[in-house]
Ligand binder design. Structure first.
Ligand code: SIN
Length: 277
């Protein structure tokens, strides 16, 4: 794809690209917006370096891509900016957000289309990278009979498994979100098919017996975590990663305990996952 207002350098053949030539603190012109959107569709996750953003500017950048999402459980948010999640780990942490392969909040009926993480502080000895995996590739590299099987299936994604389980949170009024989504979703912009199950939220394939569901899910997780489908982002302070939750999953590496890592995430609302044969 030819870009005129930004530069785009791929991270790996499968996924990821670093974008330069744009200051995200400034309102985006239409061409820059369109090219950033194109780069996201083409590369599934895009990275920016050396950005200086206030919470307002971070939200304004997110809003160019859609309405902002409010997290359904009580993760910590910036006071007076409830659309800005605090992504923090330090010596007191017993878990970190995103330390298992997942797509964000896939337990929602309409899970977020994208997430924009702005990193401010990093551990002193490195670590705290984020890994991303291409879920189009994960689907496309299954054998045709398995593709056919998966295209006919739906699965349950349950917030209780993560927020109530690993995070130990009390359920909000009305309970944690729980939704049924196609195992293979069609991307609403590109029309491509992506595998849409993840270890964090997916609990059960509908219509299969539990041992069948467990075995198939484990096989799909292992397959989608294939290293050739991945890139790994090495953060610096003031880096941004913007990922498309409809086509990529990610994993935050917590290899720096007891050191501190701090970032802020703005999340853009998405639509109901669907499958088009
Ligand atoms: C997340 O899943 O939003 C956290 C990702 C990270 O901390 O790298």
């Amino acid at each position: 794809m030819a870009y005129q207002s930004i530069e785009v350098r791929k991270s790996t053949p499968a996924i990821g690209a670093e974008i330069s030539g744009v200051d995200l603190a400034q309102p985006l012109g239409n061409q820059a917006f369109q090219e950033i959107h194109d780069a996201l569709m083409e590369n599934l996750v895009i990275f920016f370096r050396g950005q200086e953003l206030s919470h307002e500017q971070h939200k304004a950048f997110g809003r160019r891509f859609g309405e902002l999402h409010i997290h359904p459980s009580s993760l910590s948010v910036v006071p007076e900016h409830r659309e800005v999640l605090i992504i923090k780990a330090d010596e007191k942490s017993t878990y970190v957000a995103g330390e298992e392969w997942h797509t964000d909040v896939s337990c929602d009926a309409e899970p977020p289309m994208g997430s924009i993480l702005y990193m401010k502080e990093l551990p002193p000895d490195g670590g705290g990278n984020t890994l991303f995996a291409n879920m189009y590739r994960a689907f496309e590299t299954l054998s045709p009979p398995l593709q056919k099987l998966c295209e006919g299936l739906t699965a349950i994604h349950d917030g209780a498994q993560v927020y109530g389980g690993r995070f130990g949170q009390a359920p909000p009024a009305g309970g944690f979100p729980r939704s049924e989504h196609p195992v293979v979703r069609t991307h609403p912009v590109t029309g491509r098919k992506a595998l849409y199950v993840n270890r964090n939220f997916t609990t059960r394939i509908v219509g299969l017996r539990k041992p069948e569901s467990d075995a198939l899910l484990e096989m799909l997780y292992r397959h989608s975590e294939t290293p050739e489908f991945q890139c790994r982002f090495v953060w610096q302070p003031n880096s941004i990663a913007f990922w498309d939750n409809r086509a990529a999953m990610h994993h935050a590496m917590w290899d720096y305990f007891p050191h501190k890592r701090l970032g802020y995430r703005v999340t853009v609302k998405g639509d109901k996952p669907f499958h088009r044969a």
